[in-house]
Write a protein that binds this ligand. Structure first.
Ligand code: PRX
Length: 643
């Protein structure tokens, strides 16, 4: 494949960046013209951040799966591996699906979906493990114009129920179970349990992965393999892709915010496609024939954009791994790199830190020679982890891209371009073409003066739309406006704090709102508190984050119980189980401290600043407590802090 929009030098980056700001419509029209459109757009961009309204490639018609699959086959690349799948168990054979194979599977499953009654615009929840059929289900939905909402396999029945109801989904695709490390994780039973908390759906299609015995409700639940076989016998092997408007919904992905339940971030077909492919090619500097390995789960945006849509639009070979980095041992990722001659490895700081904790033994005698570059995503990467990754995995001679972005941005926003613009430990560095970041103080004024370190520091906002920006939050546009476009008028507010140096490089410092980033997973403190409060004995709780060596941030919960807690250990366990049930085990608190009261202002607002300081161990200087209703409570909390 040849990518006419590939940036090949630092000068070219600067030129393209300038063009993208001075003439965004001309710039993006040029990039988009290299994709397959059934009908070209009438207008490149129509926007107003006040409403907010963003439309890219207005009236353009396309189907993203024709760009991900059919186009490559027509261009003679049908035999190129599209997905290389490495199973959890290293003894099980891996699978390779060429572009031709993948299209065939997608066509078959698209027909299955149609036969089951799925129509354009219908919502399908997908709750599966990391197997090729997950990719097939997603692409088949997109092929017939259905909207997919992938739910991460670690979420609980209650979380699934919330998402099914919020999206009004009528269809679910799942598996009997999933293999992850030494564990076998039930999936279909969790779906069954979810129906106790939400409306039942019309159909559940179940792929058999583990062979576990599962309940199948007649008339509602069908087996994937039975339905695929029927379509194969019928000879209906080709499904015409539905013609979609550029602004038709492609998917919903739920993510946590600072208030309430997770919200359904909506991405649309045209802009998201262009953004995912453009950023993939440029950040990773993808070259034909290379193997790209993104270790994320497809249940998160990173998997959507950089295991599936970005690489597939670019005709790349994407490696998908079912298991975890530490099983059967902490050398597994490196074995995969060698086995499949991986060229690009894109992972998360939390995975790097967890592998670091095993020392150098697991990397002794491994072969990293195929690697051309490394990437990091999901949270700020600390310098120690950066150096370990660079020296031990990159052998001190290949670039690392530190990519800052969000579920809402659809693709990478701020990052160096591998080998083209320089890397710098801890710094995401420069905005991609089309991205106009600005730092604002708490009053909404642009930060124009440097602080004592010679850096500009503030709230990270983006001034103008890029093709991959979220369009709405599903079913509640006002929530989208309030969350992202209200705090700073006329701007998209990221929720992150950042600093910029005089050369325009950015370093992201982390969330400035009440959102935690635990092992790269976004979890809202309000959502956590709601879950903890579901325990029958809990009266009130407050959750804050604290620095954690492996997870980046740990979850520290202060909990008031109605009774006198006798057995702290048992009560903590019960609360953890409650949180697991409400959200999923990723949200289990690391520390739970039972308290008599919480530090509140006279107006009843919890002073999280104080709780954060105590959780961080800064007990001597918690700041001003004079505005508190009951300053003595701080003393009690401080004395009983959990180490
Ligand atoms: O705080 C930032 C952090 O992750 C948040 C977005 O989380 P999510 O929507 O789950 O998407 C994660 C994968 C794109 C951001 O608001 N974050 C993400 N990447 C970085 C980062 N923080 C610092 N550096 C990064 N490279």
């Amino acid at each position: 494949m040849f990518y006419p929009y590939l940036i090949q030098s630092e000068d070219e980056y600067r030129r393209h960046y300038r063009q993208s700001v001075e003439d965004p419509e001309g710039f993006w029209s040029g990039v988009a013209s290299h994709f397959h459109w059934r009908k070209k757009w009438d207008q490149v961009l129509n926007w107003n951040f006040e409403e907010p309204r963003v439309e890219w490639f207005v009236n353009g018609k396309l189907n993203i799966t024709e760009n991900c699959l059919d186009r490559h086959i027509k261009e003679g690349n049908g035999d190129v591996p599209a997905l290389i799948w490495e199973p959890n168990d290293p003894k099980e054979p891996h699978r390779v699906l060429t572009y031709r194979d993948l299209l065939q599977q997608v066509n078959l499953f698209a027909e299955v979906l149609r036969i089951q009654g799925v129509r354009k615009g219908d919502r399908i929840c997908i709750y599966m493990g990391m197997i090729p059929e997950l990719a097939v289900a997603i692409l088949a939905a997109a092929r017939i114009g259905a909207v997919h909402s992938v739910i991460f396999g670690g979420f609980s029945a209650q979380s699934i129920a919330d998402r099914v109801d919020d999206a009004g989904a009528e269809y679910i695709v799942t598996c009997d179970g999933a293999h992850r490390g030494s564990k076998e994780i039930p999936l279909k039973p969790v779906i069954d349990e979810a129906f106790a908390h939400c409306r039942e759906v019309k159909k559940v299609i179940v792929f058999q992965r583990t062979g576990a015995e599962v309940f199948m409700k007649p008339g509602r639940d069908v087996w994937w393999h039975d339905e695929m076989r029927k379509v194969e016998y019928s000879g209906q092997m080709q499904v015409d892709a539905e013609e979609m408007d550029a602004e038709d919904m492609l998917f919903i992905l739920y993510t946590s915010g600072s208030t309430g339940k997770p919200k359904g971030v909506v991405h649309t077909c045209g802009g998201y496609m262009v953004w995912a492919a453009y950023t993939f090619v440029n950040v990773f500097q993808y070259q034909s024939g290379e193997i790209h390995f993104c270790t994320a789960d497809i249940g998160w945006i990173t998997g959507h954009s950089y295991i599936l849509y970005g690489p597939l639009c670019a005709g790349a070979s994407s490696l998908m791994y079912e298991g975890v980095p530490t099983w059967p041992d902490a050398g597994r990722l490196w074995d995969i790199v060698k086995k499949h001659k991986v060229n690009i490895l894109y992972t998360a700081p939390t995975a790097i830190r967890s592998l670091m904790s095993f020392g150098l033994e697991p990397i002794k005698d491994k072969d990293f020679s195929s690697l051309r570059m490394l990437g990091s995503v999901g949270e700020p990467i600390n310098e120690e982890a950066w150096r370990w990754f660079y020296e031990n995995i990159g052998q001190s001679n290949i670039p690392i891209v530190d990519t800052w972005w969000q579920t809402e941005t659809g693709g990478i926003m701020i990052s160096n371009l591998a080998g083209v613009t320089p890397h710098r430990p801890g710094w995401a560095t420069l905005p991609l073409p089309g991205v106009q970041p600005v730092l604002l103080d708490d009053h909404g004024r642009e930060v124009l003066s440097k602080d004592e370190d010679g850096l500009y520091k503030g709230n990270l906002c983006i001034k103008a739309p890029w093709p991959g920006i979220l369009r709405t939050t599903y079913g509640d546009h006002e929530r989208c406006r309030l969350n992202y476009f209200e705090r700073f008028a006329g701007m998209y507010f990221t929720g992150d704090g950042a600093m910029r140096d005089e050369h325009g490089n950015f370093r992201i410092t982390g969330r400035v709102d009440d959102v935690l980033n635990v092992s790269g997973h976004r979890i809202g403190t309000a959502e956590l508190e709601n879950a903890i409060n579901m325990h029958h004995a809990v009266v009130e709780s407050a959750v804050v984050g604290y620095p954690h060596d492996v997870k980046g941030q740990g979850i520290y919960a202060y909990v008031i119980c109605a009774d006198v807690v006798e057995d702290h250990h048992a009560r903590r366990q019960e609360i953890s189980v409650t949180v697991s049930k409400m959200i999923g085990s990723i949200a289990r608190p690391d520390k739970i401290q039972f308290v008599q009261g919480l530090p509140k202002t006279r107006s009843g607002k919890i002073m999280r600043r104080i709780l954060r300081k105590i959780a961080e161990g800064e007990t001597d200087n918690v700041g001003d407590t004079t505005t508190l209703l009951d300053p003595l409570i701080v003393e009690e909390i401080r004395l009983n802090r959990i180490f």
